[in-house]
Design a protein around this ligand. Sequence first.
Ligand code: DOR
Ligand code: ZN
Length: 434
Amino acid sequence: MKTLYIKGGRIVDPAEGLDKIADLLVKNGLVYKVAPGLRPPPGSEVVDATDLIVAPGLIDIHVHLRDPGQEYKEDIFSGGRAAAAGGFTALASMPNTDPIADDPAVIRYIRSKVEQAVVRVYPIGAITAGLKGEMIAEMGRMKKAGAVAFSDDGKGVMNGNLMRNALSYASGIDALLIVHEEDSLLAAGGVMHEGPVSSVLGLRGMPAAAEEAMLARDIMLLELTGGRLHAAHLSTAGSVELVRRAKAKGLQITAEVTPHHLLLTDRAVKNSGYHTDTKVNPPLRSEEDRQALWEGLLDGTIDAIASDHAPHSSDDKDVEYDFAPFGIAGLESTLPLMLDEINSGRRKEFNIAMLVDKLSAAPARILGLPGGRLSVGSPADVTIIDPQRSHVIDTAKWYSKSKNTPLNGRRLTGAPVYTIVGGEIVMKEGVVPE
Ligand code: DOR
Ligand code: ZN
């Protein structure tokens, strides 16, 4: 029997209501015992977690792996290693690949290739065929093939009647829809947030209303059809308020936010000198929006943090602002950025237990995945964090094939030091073996 003994760490497990110094014993890939003063069985592999935080494995529910079709940007293998380096033990991959994951065959392809990844990869299927917004994709058959949710991420579903039907169909098969809220006509041609900064820069803006109008519509449809909705990457104050009110009404809605929307505003477009790494959809918004996202995160309106890891090659990004693809890569920076925010003390209510909830327990709950807690008998997916480790974001050292982030060079305090999947160490001190 293979055993792993994680000694003397601070176990932070919000789903189990645990925050205490204890040892964690893993047998045959499963959590065997969590208690202080455990004695390791002879022959155990030992990890000394003194002064470290031992958390249930982090789960990134919004990742673009680009596989199949754009493997020069990322593939399941490189994306899996990037996830492990970033402290994630599992991720959910978006369907805007080539071919698009809109039928069971593509879902099965991803599932078969996942064996090569060092972390768990859960495919998300498309809501509409070809992401075209014209016809509902075969959600039922994709669910049977292993799709854990459905999304047209990258664009909004413009046809309200189709969205209504998708919601009621999804509700019938107990499937979750993840919605990218954007009215493509309101946002048409936009490359950044519409506001004073876009006016000064002379760039076409995407108004906050393009996101809020679609979110408001979908909340109304949810009320009509029942079922569950998860709003991806909230970016505006109005969106936070809409979700807050929908939750108060008792609707089954959840929401996520990305680190870049929590940390940056449209000023980054200007201050970076129009650097295309600041081009992302939804766009970096105003300071008022950013503050509202924090409020929503802290008061529970926003359930989860997700990277929206959207890798693009430097060739793709190295063009005029108007022509660059949208996207920021974030698998390897999400956790450190959030740990640094805790260390900075800028938000008093933001602490480690809340962060583990937003990055592990809540994602598992939202997608109905195993993990998110360290209960006895659950898979031993564990992230070990050094909250005091000081380092600099250096994309040259990333495992991701893509380096597109405007946050490169930031000095941060706090980093993952071990990523453990099913009892196997897949990342140690930043190194992910082949
Ligand atoms: O910035 C983005 N990039 N937003 C999206 O919705 C899609 C994503 C991508 O696939 O690159
Ligand atoms: Zn996305």
